[in-house]
Design a protein around this ligand. Structure first.
Ligand code: MF3
Ligand code: CO
Length: 289
């Protein structure tokens, strides 16, 4: 359906279309005609939605801050789950992973050769030298946030430390490429180039995603593409940058018993950081990390 120029804008601003998103839509249409993948209106957040998603993100970051403060050798990953659950509830939120498609816990904790979706357990005791990804996601008032950090337990050997640091650099370099009217491939190229230059591999099958109104929205966000490829970025889009970087090969498998936990096939370590990013008129805003 075509909107008239004097009709109210689709974004809900109350302004006339011609004074609101008309020029914006024309730019998107140009990119589409040029052969690019472009975002649909339903993944472009309104200012009001952005405020609410940011409130959710505050809880998400508070959870990871609380974990950062308490994580230590000897702690179980179930205790991390408890910290996340308690912090989220205290602040009025709901852990987004809890019962999500049957996931049983409030956070993912992925240790060493676990790539992602590790299930917190009283049997997983963190020990000196471990690296662990804590992936937290929150629902507040129906709005979603999602980010993750790596933690190094006590003294970690140089090789693992470098993996954790380089993976963070991959995210930072990817983040620096986020700007309106660029492409997700600009970000992806920065991520995989830096990983490969350091001798690492990038997991292909699992990626980031749009997030905010739903837990997982369009687009799917990969890290293997190159500049100018994948979806056009426009102001109001929110998505995650969350590459999984392996020290060895990029091959992975899923635990068939629980259907969730993903491991590297060669048993070598894997690292991941996750940023939740808003595309703005000027560039980007990091809303959760
Ligand atoms: N936070 C994870 C993500 O980045 C959540 C995966 S779903 C879960 O999408 F159930 F495994 F938690
Ligand atoms: Co995510």
């Amino acid at each position: 359906m075509k909107i008239g120029r004097n009709d109210p804008c689709w974004c809900g601003s109350g302004k006339k279309y011609k004074q609101c998103h008309e020029a914006f839509d024309r730019k998107i249409e140009q990119a589409r005609v040029a052969g690019h993948v472009v975002p649909s209106h339903d993944i472009i957040k309104t200012p009001d939605q952005i405020l609410k998603i940011k409130e959710s993100a505050k809880i998400n970051m508070a959870c990871l801050d609380a974990v950062a403060e308490k994580i230590r050798p000897g702690m179980t990953t179930l205790e991390i789950d408890q910290i996340v659950y308690d912090t989220t509830k205290k602040m009025g939120g709901i852990p987004a992973t809890l019962n999500y498609e049957g996931f049983p816990k409030s956070v993912c904790t992925s240790v060493n050769d676990q790539v992602c979706h590790g299930i917190p357990s009283r049997d997983v005791i963190l020990k000196e030298g471990d690296i662990v990804n804590v992936d937290c996601s929150t629902i507040l008032d129906g709005f979603f946030s999602d980010s993750s950090r790596m933690f190094m337990i006590g003294e970690v050997d140089e090789e693992k430390k470098r993996l954790v640091e380089v993976t963070k650099e991959c995210c930072d370099l990817g983040l620096a490429q986020v700007k309106p009217w660029g492409f997700l491939g600009d970000m992806a190229e920065a991520v995989h180039t830096h990983a490969e230059e350091n001798g690492y591999s990038v997991v292909r099958e699992i990626g980031g995603h749009g997030v905010g109104v739903e837990f997982h929205e369009e687009p799917w966000v990969g890290y293997l593409s190159n500049r100018g490829e994948d979806m056009l970025m426009v102001p109001g889009m929110i998505f995650t940058i969350e590459p999984m970087i392996n020290m060895g090969s990029n091959q992975i498998y899923t635990d068939q018993e629980n259907g969730w936990e993903v491991y590297t096939l060669d048993g070598m370590p894997s690292a991941q950081w996750e940023y939740q990013v808003l595309v703005t008129e000027e560039g980007y805003e990091l809303i959760s990390w």
